[in-house]
Design a protein around this ligand. Sequence first.
Ligand SMILES: Cc1cc2nc3c(=O)[nH]c(=O)nc-3n(C[C@H](O)[C@H](O)[C@H](O)COP(=O)(O)OP(=O)(O)OC[C@H]3O[C@@H](n4cnc5c(N)ncnc54)[C@H](O)[C@@H]3O)c2cc1C
Length: 485
Amino acid sequence: MAGAITEPTLAAPSAPVIDAALGRIRAIVGDRGWTTDPGEIAPHVIDQRDRYHGAAAMLVKPADTAQVAAVVGVCADQGIAIVPQGGNTSVCGGSVPGTGGDEIVLNLSRMNRVRDIDPANYTLCAEAGCILADLQAAAAEADRLFPLSLAAEGSCEIGGNLSTNAGGINVLRYGMARDLVLGLEVVLPDGTVWDGLRALRKDNTGYDLKQLFIGAEGTLGVITAAVLKLFPIPRVVTTALVAVAGLDEALTLLSCARSASGDQVSAFELLPRIALDFVCAHVPGTRDPLAKPHDHYVLIELSSGDPGPALAETMERLLGQAVEDGLVLDGVIAANTGQSRDLWKLRDSCSEAQKHEGGSIKHDVSVAVSRVPEFIRRATALVEAAIPGARPVPFGHVGDGNIHFNVSQPPGADKAEFLDQWDALNRIVHDLVHEMGGSFSAEHGVGQLKRDDLARYRPAIELALMRRIKTALDPRGIMNPGKVV
Ligand SMILES: Cc1cc2nc3c(=O)[nH]c(=O)nc-3n(C[C@H](O)[C@H](O)[C@H](O)COP(=O)(O)OP(=O)(O)OC[C@H]3O[C@@H](n4cnc5c(N)ncnc54)[C@H](O)[C@@H]3O)c2cc1C
């Protein structure tokens, strides 16, 4: 089966064909819905890490699903490629077009209505262009929680979150984006609309089609709206930063925390000493909260719907026992929300702080939670052997087995020379991840950046199945060409 299906490739349409198609699109979306002004297009064709610089024939901003369907219909007729775009915060070049200038960017930002909130059903129906932070606020207004949370939440949009199957800081408790969806509305690559906006928790009626589009990074259709799951708002959240005796002890602590709290752990994030050093050196308003330096820290958050003192007592009991058992060497429990924010700032500033230490080569990888310590030890040894003096900074969502294994350049090294080793270092780390049964992209997706990795590490049969699905849904290959498969 492997190799039996080839990915559809799109022949570039001629200039008159593009012009005619753009004329039809202008008529569909009206004056507010399109631009060809290079200044207005510019921020939409560059990725946020400034790695990919593309070009677009037009930036199109439809106002509703009917407009999206009509625009996609025109593109399907004329063979014009479409790059769906939300907040353009993709970190793997998924949301920007190629350099040919013959694709359109279909930006969903104007479609930002919350269509419905049903507190009794614990659901919210939102259009694709809703900014994630706005959805969290809309849910909170209805006394509900929408738990998806990531550092880009002030600018990323739910359509982009679902298309990348975003993760973030609450996966341990609530799952990835795909776990938070009950229904979808999608404009298919031929311009037809699939209304799958069902708000059902039980629905065993054939294939779960919505899951095809979640994580597809815009290659199978345009998500225009979604029914999202809501949860009770936690009434008490308690946060602690602890120095652990080692990586294995961090893992044991995670298991203890899950059982001691009845699985009320909402975050369990690893910080190595070097990350804390970078943050305290470069991010104003931060400081090491403990008296002495240690090799590894864990940020633990427990949350509960019970407003009483039980959760705080659980945290104290858990950490007291962990100190007695030699898992934890020192730690601090936030006494109020201000202190909790300060502890989270240490974790949230890791990427930002690393920028001040010169070039950094990034890996967003996952292994089974039980193998995280082994992975970090082996990857660190491999990286240090490959680039003497390079500084691994493995931090992140250890509770999900997801490590941001970012490597800072040796102090004083030439940044460009270091970054030239990006692909070679990725190969070393991703080979290890593969050997350990892990994933080379835990939560950031594939986009343009990791397309070759997908071909290298996924079994041939999986690639062939992906290509069959792509060909079946998008036979002309107009949806986000050059990404994923
Ligand atoms: C500071 C920062 C922190 C981040 N932290 C995390 C994190 O903790 N966890 C995590 O998982 N990710 C993280 N990311 C990356 C993450 O993928 C995005 O932030 C987010 O999920 C993408 O949303 P967006 O609206 O910006 O989508 P875009 O970047 O615009 O698009 C992303 C992909 O989805 C497609 N797409 C967008 N909208 C649609 C649509 N309506 N229909 C079909 N396809 C569409 C695009 O074509 C592209 O392939 C982070 C990024 C930044 C910049």
